[in-house]
Design a protein around this ligand. Sequence first.
Ligand SMILES: [Zn+2]
Ligand SMILES: [Zn+2]
Length: 146
Amino acid sequence: MDAKMIAKTGACLCGAVSISAKGLKPLVDICHCAMCRKWGGGPFMGVSADRFEVTGDTAVNSYPSSDWAERAFCSKCGSHLWYRFTPTNHFSFTAGLFDLDGEPEIEQQIFVDEKPAFYDFAQQTPMKTGAQIIAEAEAQGLTFDE
Ligand SMILES: [Zn+2]
Ligand SMILES: [Zn+2]
């Protein structure tokens, strides 16, 4: 999918943390895994950016949710800020921080095998299971063994 990068500044609910993204990809990745749903109360919706600057570092708190990921949140208002995949240092920012109305499309839905039956998105998108996502990452040389 060809997506034009956009410049956007997003912020948490209280405004203590803002993220100024230069090359924001207007595509939303949705993760249905049990950890994301426990973290956010629903599926994680993430956007990524080529270049970005975080303002308000002192309010940023993070939690290592596994050996390969860190989840950051604002320590004042609790807004979720990003999921960082540590092996590649890739940030997936919470889509809700940005005013993206009308712009993004769903790029893919992942861990669809962990999605509960009580909700579904109406859009037709690529759907990948957890095993497919792990296989894709391993094909790029990453390992997930303890
Ligand atoms: Zn905040
Ligand atoms: Zn997830």
